[in-house]
Design a protein around this ligand. Structure first.
Ligand SMILES: Cc1cc2nc3c(=O)[nH]c(=O)nc-3n(C[C@H](O)[C@H](O)[C@H](O)COP(=O)(O)O)c2cc1C
Length: 369
């Protein structure tokens, strides 16, 4: 029987041969923000080995405070965009499809760090998640410019020939800081006591992006309940809250929701549909009808946070994932570390070469292959 992972997917102008998506993974190997030949080859290697869609590492938008690391690629300076053009060309030559993940770190960047150390910190309210006021809240006009900076990047993505674009709204970075009540204390239209009100920043971004790209060009939003500042944080604690939150993005014109979990087998609302209930991507699909991407420890037994602490992970069977995919719980499957370590992971799965799938070794992080 053909695995449901290897069935085609089509949405607007995007046609994929299978359901495997390379999850965005920061590699910090682009000196001066320019993705070089080694970065292009890294992605092309996954394209020629049956990854359906590649989502690139986060690449930063044109706000001085977007990045904390000069080796993270940016998505606005001419030499960086030329580097990305080369990445797109090489991936396309191998028959692959690719989206940039456009990114702004917000307050995760420490003031004084990154390629533009003197740039001001962008945030919703200048307040950390522990309630410390460290900088002034940005003005309305500044927030509007942040919105435009995302739209500029999305327009560039289409111009360079990328197949779609992903907006990074997850993991406690800028967009997620607007979602999160402990960091967003604004009382204008970008803030408020409800999650729906705090979603207006992302709603505006999606609307502006939609204006600047073709109707047929798919726009993906990645979000997460968890934050790097607090793994236990939750934006939406009930399906009703989640539905209202996601409606903001649906109405703004998003095409695909990428729901970041650390372990895809964990139920989003176990109190509603039990311990074997739908995961985050499952609920997002059920509540919006949009296609969704699941992610989190696919093919591996331990979650990715441990990878940053130098820990590896054993392999894990894909049967339960394939069952969920067959049932239509979600449409696409994000794979992170397994593909970081092994460019041929998707091909090996397709060809049933399971014995060749290795445990994840945290040392893989150090090399770009
Ligand atoms: C080295 C590394 C870098 C990452 N960088 C990003 C990033 O730039 N943007 C993002 O949304 N997620 C990032 N993530 C999270 C992954 O996209 C993914 O959600 C996570 O690794 C879980 O998938 P996995 O268990 O298959 O590795 C990163 C993960 C790793 C391991």
């Amino acid at each position: 029987m053909t695995s449901p992972l290897f069935t085609p997917f089509k949405l607007k102008s995007l046609t994929l041969p299978n359901r495997i998506v390379m999850a965005p993974m920061t590699r910090s190997q682009s000196p001066n923000g320019v993705p070089g030949e080694n970065v292009a080859d890294y992605y092309a290697r996954r394209a020629e080995n049956e990854v359906g869609l590649i989502v690139t590492e986060g690449t930063t938008i044109r706000r001085g405070g977007a990045s904390n690391d000069p080796s993270v690629p940016n998505f606005h300076k001419p030499d960086s965009l030329a580097g990305w053009q080369n990445v797109v060309n090489k991936v396309h030559q191998k028959g692959g499809k690719i989206a940039p993940q456009i990114w702004h770190m917000g307050m995760v960047r420490k003031a004084g760090s990154g390629p533009e150390p003197d740039a001001p910190t962008d945030s919703p309210s200048g307040m950390t998640h522990t309630g410390k006021q460290v900088v002034d809240a940005p003005t309305d006009a500044e927030v509007d410019d942040m919105v435009q900076a995302y739209a500029d990047a999305a327009a560039k993505a289409e111009e360079l020939g990328f197949d779609c674009v992903e907006i990074h709204g997850a993991h406690g970075y800028l967009i997620d800081q607007f979602f999160w009540d402990v960091m967003n204390k604004r009382d204008d239209r970008f803030g408020g006591t409800s999650l729906v009100e705090r979603a207006s920043f992302a709603g505006d971004i999606i609307r502006e992006v939609r204006k600047r790209v073709s109707k047929d060009f798919p726009v993906i939003l990645r979000y997460s309940q968890w934050k790097q500042q607090d793994y236990g944080a939750r934006l939406a604690t009930t399906p009703d809250d989640l539905e209202a939150f996601l409606k903001v993005f649906v109405e703004a014109g998003v095409d695909i929701l990428h729901v970041s979990q650390r372990r895809y087998w964990e139920p989003e609302f176990p109190e509603v549909d039990g311990e074997n209930g739908l995961n985050g991507a499952g609920w997002a699909k059920k509540l919006t009808g949009l296609p969704t991407i699941t992610v989190g420890s696919v093919g591996l037994s331990g979650d990715f946070i441990h990878a940053f602490q130098g820990q590896g992970a054993g392999t894990r069977k894909l049967d339960d994932l394939e069952e969920r995919l067959s049932r239509g719980e979600f449409d696409l499957v994000g794979v992170g570390r397994a593909l970081l370590q092994d460019p041929a992971w998707a091909r090996k799965v397709h060809e049933g070469r399971h014995a060749e799938l290795a445990d994840y070794d945290a040392a893989s992080l150090a090399k770009l292959y």
